[in-house]
Design a protein around this ligand. Sequence first.
Ligand code: FNR
Length: 186
Amino acid sequence: MNKTIGLICGSLRKESYNRIIAEALPELDDSIEFRWIELKDLPLFNEDLEVGGDPETITTFKISIQEVDGIIIVSPEYNSGIPGVLKNALDWASRPPKSSVLHRKPVGVIGATPGGLGTAFAQMQIRQTLEAVQAHVLPFQKILISQVLEKIDSDHKMLTDEKTKRYLQRYLQQFIHWIDHLPILD
Ligand code: FNR
């Protein structure tokens, strides 16, 4: 059966390079249904907000995670770490701890930067957070996209680099394989 994958972008910037990378994914595998899971309307996490039940945006956000077979996060790195909007979203999704929608959810992590280190530090932190909520993070493959401006068109609209496209295509195949062969932990 075809898989449904939720796409989360860790940048809210309109012309985000990471969003350009995420937008390229549906073109690379038409056997997968992709759905965007947006972060821009999520409130800042505050335990007080949970007391009377989740805010509506959070309920919708959690359902959209529940409804997909896996999530791919495409995120920038800020100050050698995870962007606040993404951490905020993952903290919301981690609650309640015993029945988080991220628990055992297959997750892939990709990142792009105009710089040279491909968001390696941010990806380590994203993985650490996902491991804390017991998500099934794709373990054996990393996509670190450095010098992203050389890999998109001059209008900053689309991914053009064929090598990066091939990496991403292979990554999608591995991610689907990962979903189909998750470790059984019970
Ligand atoms: C950055 N940037 C950045 N890049 C990087 O590779 N490592 C880093 O630690 C940082 N730190 C950082 C902090 C802050 C606050 C900003 C705003 C930016 C640069 C970053 O990669 C660049 O702005 C990207 O364009 C952000 O990704 P999007 O929005 O294009 O997807």
